[in-house]
Design a protein. Structure first.
Length: 353
């Protein structure tokens, strides 16, 4: 099979973790007889520094022409620490999602048995955790207008808006996903306070009639935040709006023992992008210490998205082999155990595909 992948390493540790995922993908291609071609493109602070635009038109064209996009991370302290900056790396990420029509973000949250003792939660609480959060990605408060400050700069405002169409399309993604799993869907909102959440709940109640096999429950976001920690095994598929999903999935990431273990997919009608959920971790950039597992697992999701289930499974089995053997970076190293570098972990996973 011929596979065209757009590579967007981005900022901070992005280039290092993308390099390890490519190493694993190349091994997959060798073992299963595929041909993978990569086209690199600029995004984020790297793109601002090079051409003054966090998501250049050339990058957009490269993403459009690829079978899938593999993305590293966005963010740089020189922009994070300057609230007056008019051009920011994160604008590139938001524009990329909007321009490519990536309206649904899928974030699997599962416990790796080898890491049960690394979770900050008790092993008996987290064992058996296996759910997916479906987050709406192109609407809500991140994109709503008007947004800004008044003339005196003393009052700031953001606007949260949703249309029925935006809600329906992501609900269908979540319901269809639930049909392939345990057929349980939790709709998370704040319908006791927010009008947009009431629209979400009304729409979900109507769409649920199309999926009678799926058991649906509704949960306010504050309760959901508590229940994800209290009893994560309760959940199968969660669907929610943009900002709630952003916060809840980062919270849920600690269940696995490290933010460096969680992969994600952002999908639309014609495009799909795969990325680790962590940020650019600039403090670790260039030190060869960042955990590449989330990016490697994102590559597994990419393969599965293309219908290459055996290939994706081979990558996941290699990751499990590395975890069982203790071939992990410093964020997962047991006391007294050796710390492996980013590239050593990538080498081990690739060798075991």
């Amino acid at each position: 099979m011929e596979i065209k992948i757009a590579l967007l390493p981005g900022d901070g540790i992005g280039p290092e973790i993308i390099a390890e995922a490519v190493k694993v993908l190349d091994r997959v291609a060798e073992r299963f007889g595929h041909r993978i071609s990569y086209t690199r493109a600029l995004v984020g602070a790297a793109a601002i520094d090079a051409v003054g635009d966090p998501y250049p038109e050339e990058t957009h064209r490269i993403c459009q022409s690829a079978d899938a996009v593999l993305f590293g991370a966005i963010g740089d302290p020189k922009y994070d620490n300057d609230p007056t900056s008019k051009v920011r790396p994160e604008q590139g990420l938001l524009r990329m999602r909007k321009s490519l029509g990536l309206f649904a973000n899928l974030r699997p949250v599962a416990l790796f048995e080898a890491l049960a003792d690394r979770s900050p939660l008790r092993p008996e609480v987290v064992r058996g955790t296996d759910f997916v959060c479906v987050r709406e990605l192109t609407g809500g408060i991140y994109f709503g207008r008007p947004q800004g400050r008044d003339e005196g700069g003393k009052r700031a405002f953001d606007t949260c808006t949703y249309t029925v169409g935006e809600i329906e399309r992501v609900l269908h993604v979540a319901f269809r996903l639930a049909m392939t799993r345990r057929r349980r869907l939790t709709v998370v909102d704040k319908a006791n306070v927010l009008e947009t959440s009431r629209l979400w709940r009304e729409t979900a109640q109507r769409v649920s009639a199309e999926y009678p096999e799926v058991k649906v429950d509704y949960m306010f976001v504050d309760n959901a935040a508590m229940q994800i920690i209290r009893q994560p095994t309760h959940f199968d598929v969660i669907v929610t709006e943009n900002m709630f999903g952003d916060i809840l999935t980062d919270e849920a990431s600690v269940i696995s023992g490290s933010l460096g273990m969680l992969s994600s997919a952002s999908v639309g009608a014609d495009a799909a992008l795969f990325e680790p959920i962590h940020g650019s971790y600039p403090q670790a950039a260039g030190k060869n210490i960042a955990n590449p597992m989330a990016t490697i697992l994102s590559a597994a999701m990419l393969l599965e998205h293309l219908g290459l289930d055996a290939e994706g499974r081979a990558v996941r089995e290699a990751v499990n082999a590395a975890l069982a053997a203790g071939i992990v970076t410093e964020d997962l190293t047991a006391p007294g155990a050796r710390r492996y570098t980013t590239s050593e972990v990538g080498d081990y996973v690739a060798a075991h595909v």
